[in-house]
Design a protein around this ligand. Structure first.
Ligand code: PLP
Length: 403
């Protein structure tokens, strides 16, 4: 059986995690701090904080910005539920908009959705292709004219426009106009979940890129405190002899990264550009070559107007398939012992959002792309022979189901 996306765990990963275990320091400590510095250097941004997931990291951002009941956050209808669930957690309203043919949020739809209550826009880099974040930043700037900050939020008063929080869960290492993702939005969130390009088993990080007069180093400290119950001294700081006294400044959350996770991440990052990404690109290129000349298929874009993707997913589309035909094709592929997936079931089709009144009919391009989409396996240890096996299984299944 060809799995969909197993993590790459080898002796190097095991040795580094073992070293962390033997060091006696297993929670947030020197390895996490080292990982953060390496992430910042890699993305060429000043400040990065590592936390326990994209979800909790991004939710801290919404809470820090003072988003709550009565506020709106613009998200694409086509994304994983985490993007909108965090908006629900803070009591605000996810305002869903349609996507373009490359799966990323439609800037024109974002512009139409802006109201005085729009506090944040969350573009998503689906499959690893960056959304048009520079254009979303321009839209957020224009929204300054109608922005109605909550008087209780200093951050909103100071920024004076909606915050742009990039969902870069798929796009670590991708670039926009030659610069790594992380440098474009106000704040960019990465996920290091087990299936992502770079993993720490579970984990996430925020690249902090707030404009002046915000102080990103001070913001780092604040998010660090938010992630540890609002406690003003972390476990490492308390290990100094006599340094036992601490205070809790507010009722914070608990979502720090551990040194065991960081140990995995450090190994992953060291070989990301030299091993992981070249292999992922080679796999995607091989799929593209096999499907591009066949008119039954649409291959995904890995480059679009200065945006270069991270080869996270190979989002193949069967040009003329209905949703039912696509489902039948996946069932036939499974018979050939190949695991594929669909990224993603649009949020308006999920019970939680259907019950809140969202309707997929309002997002025609989201439905059109979803209904014919099949994601193929992409992972470091997938061999060329296995790629060819996947291609054969897909072509056979499509031949059986589409005349
Ligand atoms: C994986 C994913 C997330 C959530 O990441 P976690 O680290 O698991 O919280 C958010 N957005 C998208 C698009 C994702 O695929």
């Amino acid at each position: 059986m060809i799995p969909f996306s197993p993590p790459r765990i080898d002796e190097r990963t095991i040795a580094e995690v073992t070293a962390a275990l033997r060091s006696g320091w297993i929670t947030t400590g020197p390895r996490t701090k080292d990982f953060e510095k390496r992430l910042a250097a890699y993305c060429d941004v000043g400040t990065v904080i590592a936390l326990n997931s994209w979800t909790n990291a991004a939710e801290l951002v919404l809470r820090w910005f003072g988003i709550g009941p009565g506020d709106e956050v613009i998200v694409p209808a086509y994304t994983y539920c985490a993007t909108a669930n965090i908006v629900m957690h803070v009591g605000a309203k996810p305002v869903m908009v349609d996507v373009l043919d490359d799966f990323t949020i439609d800037p024109a739809a974002v512009r139409r959705a802006i109201t005085p209550h729009t506090k944040c826009i969350i573009p998503v880099d689906i499959g690893g292709l960056p959304a048009n974040v520079p254009e979303i930043m321009r839209i957020a700037e224009e929204a300054r004219l109608v922005f109605a900050p909550t008087p209780t939020s200093n951050a909103q008063l100071q920024l004076g426009r909606p915050l742009v929080l990039s969902d870069a869960a798929h796009s670590f290492g991708a670039t926009i106009n030659g610069r790594k993702v992380g440098a474009q939005a106000d704040i960019t969130g990465f996920s290091f979940h087990a299936v992502k390009n770079l993993t720490t088993a579970e984990g996430g990080a925020l690249a902090l890129n707030m404009p002046a007069p915000f102080d990103n180093a001070a913001l780092y400290k604040h998010f660090n405190t938010m992630s540890l119950h609002g406690q003003n001294k972390d476990a490492l700081a308390k290990t100094q002899a006599g340094a036992w006294r601490y205070d809790v400044e507010f009722a914070g959350w608990k979502c720090n990264m551990t040194d065991l996770q960081a140990a995995i991440g450090i190994v992953e990052l060291e070989r990301y550009d030299t091993e992981t990404q070249p292999r992922r690109k080679a796999i995607c290129d091989r799929y593209s070559a096999a499907f591009a000349g066949d008119e039954r298929f649409l291959v995904p874009d890995f480059e679009q107007d200065g945006r270069v993707g991270s080869y996270h997913l190979f989002m193949l589309r069967v040009a003329r398939a209905t949703e039912d035909q696509r489902d039948a094709i996946i069932a036939a592929i499974a018979k050939s012992e190949v695991s594929v997936n669909v990224h993603f079931i649009p949020m308006p089709m999920l019970t939680v959002y259907k019950n809140l009144g969202y309707r997929i009919a309002d997002y025609p391009n989201t439905y059109k792309q979803y209904s014919r989409e099949i994601s193929l396996p992409v992972y470091f240890d997938l061999s060329d022979a296995q790629v060819d096996q996947v291609v054969a299984a897909v072509k056979e299944a499509v031949g059986e189901n589409i005349q």
